[in-house]
Design a protein around this ligand. Structure first.
Ligand code: CUA
Length: 257
């Protein structure tokens, strides 16, 4: 008799303990087999880290999922703007690889079954290399990737991210602060985007409309209150721009298709 030495008071406590335990097991088994609720897998089996991917949360925050494998990195080319916070998540699908971005603090190991993380900001435009710095077989010395640090308007335009390749008009618009309110990517801003602006028909707040041409852009810079596009405030200050600079700016806006 197993309960021979157990007092009358303890007996119901032990029995109810066993009942609760069995009940919990039953719930566990029912949830696994009846409802398919399982214990989570290894992180590398989850969708976000299975393939190389660049996620632009916004112009100031990028997320890159790198997958290292013999003997390359996926994605092999990444484009991010200068100054953006770049969150790097790294894993490997075969052996252990290294992941180093020379000139930065980023120095990670790509380990199968593990996701490693680093955060980096690239202050200047240019091309950065990612290299594997852990011996991983015959292709090790060729295992590398590129990060192009470039302004958003450069992306997809085949402009090499080098200071001398920035058109003077774009530099002027950056220096004068135009870009702070008027994006060059089509993204919404305080003012209308400059992308695709030239040649477009804009509705004005007085109900009329205007086709964006040379004269309209010049007027909008020198006399911003003359015509206000519907949905925007009359808040742009006047700008003092020399005729040469104005030409450069107008010509650059024309290229932002
Ligand atoms: Cu991969 Cu060395």
């Amino acid at each position: 008799m197993p309960f021979r030495n157990v007092s009358k008071v303890e007996k119901p406590i032990i029995v109810s303990g066993i009942v609760v335990l069995l009940f919990s097991f039953a719930i566990l088994i029912i949830s696994v087999f009846q409802f398919g609720i399982g214990v989570s897998n290894c992180v590398t089996n989850m969708t976000p880290f299975q393939k190389g991917e660049v996620i632009a949360h916004d112009s100031g925050h990028y997320e890159v999922h790198y997958v290292a494998k013999m003997w390359s990195f996926e994605p092999n080319e990444v484009h991010v703007p200068p100054g953006a916070q770049v969150d790097i998540y790294l894993t490997s699908t075969d052996v252990t690889h290294g992941f180093e971005i020379p000139g930065t603090d980023v120095n990670l190991m790509a380990v199968p079954g593990v996701v490693n993380y680093a955060r980096v900001k690239f202050p200047d435009i240019g091309t950065r290399s990612v290299i594997c710095h852990e011996y991983c077989g015959t292709g090790h010395h060729d295992m590398a990737a590129k990060i192009f640090v470039e302004y958003e308007w450069m992306m997809g335009q085949n402009v090499k991210p080098q200071a001398e390749n920035i058109p003077r008009g774009m530099k002027l618009m950056q220096d004068k602060g135009c870009i702070a309110c008027h994006t060059v990517t089509g993204a919404p801003g305080t003012g209308p985007t400059l992308k695709g602006l030239f040649g477009k028909t804009e509705k004005l707040n007085d109900g009329s409309s205007v086709v964006v041409d040379d004269a309209y852009i010049r007027e909008s810079i020198l006399e911003p209150q003359a015509k206000i596009v519907q949905g925007y405030g009359a808040i742009m200050p006047k700008f003092q721009v020399s005729p040469e600079d104005l030409n450069e700016i107008v010509n650059t806006i024309k290229t932002l298709k």
